[in-house]
Design a protein around this ligand. Structure first.
Ligand code: SF4
Length: 373
């Protein structure tokens, strides 16, 4: 089978693994691939910037039993694998014809985590050493990988990821009987954090993780509590969320037993979790700021608006005097708009948000939450 044919199969099987491709856009656009081939993805990378990335699995074989995953070991699907040399050559060939932002390498588990890691590492090493490729490489760390394999993968990458999947062992055990939450996921994540942390030898390497949303009974509160700890305690750079898509997993998991009419809800949950994540990373929100109804964020309104409605004592804010952190709590005002306000009020007394060139649709959202005297 040619590399191209193998890639066709592997990229089809990687289609539900969108860890580096998700954004905060409403709707399903961010789930779609590029038009030039199933393995090419439009992405935003953790360190900023966007472009087209080649994203593939090394193999769709897997010795694990994740009950939400169509590649789990008991599934009857055609199994193929790419050879590191062939993949590296293919990547460089495409790279010479069109500008790619980089390579995202993931994989099912072929026999053992470390054997699989070796295939990922070998591909990256051939690119770095044989082809002198200096561009972006993201390696997905295989659950259960040894410290040596993790370290080697990190040394060759700009970014690495290891999916946490669920907020806690209780949910994880519903979804996998072969993987250990602590030994295969949490301990490797801690090691990753250590070697890529401020004192570590690979502090420039970005690390991310992903939660699967709606495969178990987890609530948004469970996920956001874990998200908060991952940012604070392990220093992760980004956290992604992937709505569980019904029909892919074992019929016994909670996500398969959902009412079919709630399919849109799980995508909206994913969207609200991305908004909450953005509020933590860029708006100064903490876990305690989120307001839940029976453990979940509102599906109807964004978490920032829900917070503002619940804190009437905070508003209306005096736009002329309020600090940056205060202004960021106003519905409609994000970091760029707050910057405009702070620059504009240095040179004039604001009578309206239009004086700071805040677009009308955002000014309307802020109405009632700001004052000018
Ligand atoms: S490890 Fe689990 S999620 Fe990954 S490919 Fe195997 S069965 Fe799927």
């Amino acid at each position: 089978m040619s590399t191209l044919e193998t890639l066709e199969i592997l990229s089809r099987d990687a289609q539900y693994d969108l860890a580096c491709a998700c954004g905060t856009k409403k709707g399903d656009d961010h789930r779609k691939r590029g038009t030039d081939g199933g393995w090419l993805y439009p992405v935003t990378v953790p360190g900023g910037g966007s472009g087209i990335m080649l994203k593939t699995l090394m193999t769709n074989s897997c010795s694990s039993d994740c009950r939400y995953c169509p590649l789990r070991k008991d599934q009857d699907t055609r199994r193929v694998a790419l050879q590191p040399e062939k993949l590296a050559r293919f990547f460089m060939d495409i790279q010479s014809r069109r500008k790619l932002i980089g390579l995202f390498l993931s994989s099912g588990i072929l026999d053992t985590p470390d054997r699989t890691m070796q295939m990922l590492i070998d591909t990256a090493r051939i690119l770095r050493r044989h082809y002198s490729y200096r561009g972006y490489i993201h390696i997905k760390i295989i659950p259960g990988a040894s410290r040596e394999a993790i370290r080697e993968a990190v040394s060759l990458s700009h970014a690495v990821s290891l999916n946490i999947e669920t907020p806690g062992e209780k949910h994880f055990s519903l979804l996998s009987r072969t993987k250990s939450y602590m030994e295969d996921i949490i301990n490797p994540l801690k090691y990753l954090s250590q070697i890529t942390g401020p004192e570590g030898p690979y502090r420039r390497v970005s690390k991310t993780t992903q939660f699967i949303v709606g495969a178990s009974h987890e609530s948004d509160r469970d996920i956001l509590r874990y998200m908060w700890r991952l940012y604070k305690n392990l220093g992760l750079n980004r956290i992604y969320f992937s709505a569980y898509q019904q029909g892919l997993g074992d019929s016994s998991i909670p996500g398969e037993q959902r009412d079919i009419s709630s399919t849109d809800q799980v995508f909206m949950r994913e969207h609200r979790l991305y908004q909450a994540d953005f509020l933590v990373r860029s708006y100064g929100f903490s876990f305690d700021d989120f307001i839940f109804d029976q453990g979940h964020l509102s599906l109807e309104e964004d978490p920032k608006l829900v917070w503002a409605r619940s804190h009437p004592e905070y508003f209306p804010l005096n736009v002329q005097q309020a600090g940056k952190a205060e202004l960021l709590r106003v519905p409609g005002l994000g970091p760029a708009m707050v910057k405009r306000i702070m620059a504009a009020r240095k040179v004039q007394t604001l009578k309206d948000l239009s004086d700071a060139e805040i677009p009308a649709h955002l000014a309307r959202k802020a109405l009632g939450y700001v004052r000018f005297t």
